[in-house]
Design a binder for this molecule. Structure first.
Ligand SMILES: Nc1ncnc2c1ncn2[C@@H]1O[C@H](COP(=O)(O)OP(=O)(O)OP(=O)(O)O)[C@@H](O)[C@H]1O
Length: 590
């Protein structure tokens, strides 16, 4: 796979600057070759011929070359740095954009730590290579070619003798490259696994502590850390073996040069100045040869990183807009949801829901009840087109949702999820998340409807209180109420409460539902709940079991039929009636 060819869109716009940076490097390299020649002139023509008045001129020439070379190197670094940062910026944006468009199916399998290491370490590897590594590789090639050309022009016989070990050097380098590339690929992989372990551990720290599994977590991390360390050691071993071999081969060149070149000087076949010039030029070739390992290292790292970034950028998006999607008009949407014989499975041969059929007219409240894994959340996922149905159709106002533009469809549906996610920001920003322009009055209005206003006002900073990552610092019920306020603020045509009041007490739930009556007039509501009290006012309650609707009807109808709903009712209300007798709940019997 031609990785850098595929990454071309990200750096091609910067080609002029890249070229400028390369040219500066070429000039700097060429200027470097002037030193050995100045040395040769100093020894042969100035000292040898006792023309000492040339010494200040030669010294001046050296200063000039140094200044020019320095300026060229500065420009190379300056331009290369700009290119590198621009490329990294473009790729970071592209990767982040891609992350936003990837579908749920991707995130079902993705690991946060792995994604993070792609967006950080891998991008950094590519940035360094495109900005500098590539230029260094080219420079290396130039140094070898220009240095050899100059040596050949001085004395071709001595050059060929000196270079006799070069093929072995090249062979060693290619062998090394073949070994180090997989080592680096593996290293990147183990690093991302290490990241994943650390990230999961921090995210789930409360669970870890509550189960006293710190030791288990440390062991898990240690084993990944060990794998990473072993990878590093393997790479270090490869490097360790590589350097002595390279040094030996390089010194063989020098020994040959001094033996043969020295003999030639004694026999007057070569001037002393030429031998000294040869001696400094041979390092001009050997030096880069040594560094070739380092640059190949950079190249292979950048290549592995490029592969991982491309894998992300090329990931398949399975939920896409149709060729000419219908964009919903906010003012015309009614919120009429229909499921027509819908069947769906996440994985092959594992049916999640089957033959789901219902009609939720605008303003209707549909309740969904069922055991865990019965398919309730899946129905909601299908409604917002997180996944496409395998059979049947989901429609909004009579139109198949596959034909509706995805963003406009989702902006009509507000969901309060089972697990509340809050951003690490203020309460005000968390409530306002779904909308761009929103006044404080509106925020307070929905917070009141969600029964959140009072507890927010009790916090020292009120709506400006910062909530920790994922809402740490708030109780489960408080987080749910903020999430409900956030959903209400979107003014959705369809509101979904996926077990959204499970963490609030029954009295608060009752008040929240009373608030909904007001906001949701003429809109469609789906309530997933395990509590009868959450569902009893629904227009239709669907009872799900193993992905199928096994019972349906109103509260009154369902408590007459044998089945899950009646059983749940009897269990929950038997308890409540007992409590009511003790005076704990007063409204239960109503
Ligand atoms: N992302 C997923 N990938 C694969 N299978 C899934 C995925 N989400 C849910 N399932 C499976 O689909 C089935 C229905 O799950 P769903 O989440 O809809 O159940 P639920 O009724 O909402 O359960 P709960 O009340 O526990 O949330 C289950 O067997 C579940 O294991």
């Amino acid at each position: 796979m031609n990785i850098f060819g595929q990454l071309r869109p990200y750096y091609w716009s910067q080609r002029k600057m890249m070229l400028g940076s390369l040219l500066c490097l070429v000039v700097a390299t060429a200027l470097g070759l002037v030193y050995p020649n100045l040395l040769r002139i100093l020894i042969d023509d100035v000292i040898g011929k006792e023309q000492f008045h040339w010494v200040p001129w030669l010294a001046g020439a050296v200063v000039l070359v140094v200044l020019l070379k320095g300026s060229m190197q500065f420009l190379h670094g300056f331009l290369g740095g700009r290119v590198a940062n621009h490329v990294a910026y473009e790729m970071r944006n592209a990767s982040y954009d891609k992350l936003q468009t990837l579908s749920y199916r991707y995130y079902d399998k993705a690991r946060t730590g792995d994604l993070m290491s792609r967006l950080t370490a891998d991008l950094e590897g590519i940035r360094l290579f495109i900005g500098f590594g590539f230029a260094q590789l080219l420079n290396l090639f130039l140094m070898v070619v220009l240095g050899s050309a100059m040596m050949l022009s001085l004395n071709w016989k001595l050059t060929l003798i000196t270079m006799v070990t070069m093929p072995i050097l090249v062979f060693t380098v290619s062998k090394f490259q073949a070994a180090i590339h997989p080592a680096f690929q593996e290293m990147r992989q183990t690093f991302s696994e290490l990241n994943t372990a650390a990230q999961e551990n921090i995210t789930g720290m409360r669970t870890v502590k509550s189960f006293a599994r710190e030791k288990h977590e440390v062991d898990k991390f240690s084993s990944r850390n060990e794998a990473y360390k072993n990878n590093q050691l393997r790479a270090a071993n490869l490097w360790g073996g590589y350097f002595p071999v390279m040094e030996l081969l390089s010194l063989l060149c020098v020994v040959l040069l001094l033996t043969v070149g020295g003999t030639m000087v004694i026999k007057k076949q070569l001037s002393l100045g030429e031998l000294v010039a040869f001696f400094s030029m041979i390092w001009y070739i050997i030096g880069p040869m040594w560094g070739i390992g380092f640059h190949i290292n950079n190249y292979t790292q950048a290549k592995s990183s490029g592969e991982r970034i491309l894998e992300l950028l090329d990931s398949h998006i399975d939920i896409k807009n149709s060729d000419s999607p219908y964009v919903l008009d906010d003012n015309k949407v009614q919120g009429h949801v229909q499921f027509r014989d819908v069947s769906f499975n996440y994985e092959e041969d594992a049916v999640a829901v089957s033959q789901i059929d219902f009609d939720a007219t605008p303003g209707k409240v549909i309740g969904l009840m069922g055991g865990t894994g019965a398919g309730k959340s899946t129905i909601i996922q299908l409604l917002m087109r997180a996944y496409d149905v395998n059979e049947g159709a989901v429609t909004l106002d009579g139109r198949n949702i596959k034909d509706i533009e995805i963003t406009s469809l989702r902006s009509q549906i507000a969901i309060v999820f089972q697990e509340t996610f809050l951003f690490s920001s203020t309460i005000r920003n968390n409530i306002a998340y779904g909308r761009n322009d929103v006044s404080m009055d509106e925020i307070i209005r929905v917070a009141k409807l969600a029964q959140a206003h009072d507890f927010i006002m009790e916090l020292p900073l009120g709506y400006d209180t910062l909530v920790g990552e994922r809402g740490l610092g708030l109780s489960g019920g408080q987080k749910q109420r903020i999430a409900i306020a956030r959903a209400l603020l979107c003014d959705p045509k369809v509101l979904v409460l996926d077990d959204a009041t499970s963490a609030v007490d029954m009295e608060t739930e009752h008040s929240i539902q009373a608030g909904f009556q007001e906001v949701m007039k003429g809109r469609t509501v789906f309530i997933i709940a395990h509590r009868i009290s959450s569902l009893r006012h629904a227009d239709e309650i669907l009872i799900l079991d193993k992905g199928k609707i096994v019972q349906r009807g109103t509260h009154e109808e369902l408590i007459q039929q044998p089945g899950m709903y009646k059983d749940t009712y009897q269990i929950q209300y038997a308890d409540y009636l007992n409590l009511a007798k003790q005076g704990v709940y007063s409204e239960v019997s109503s």
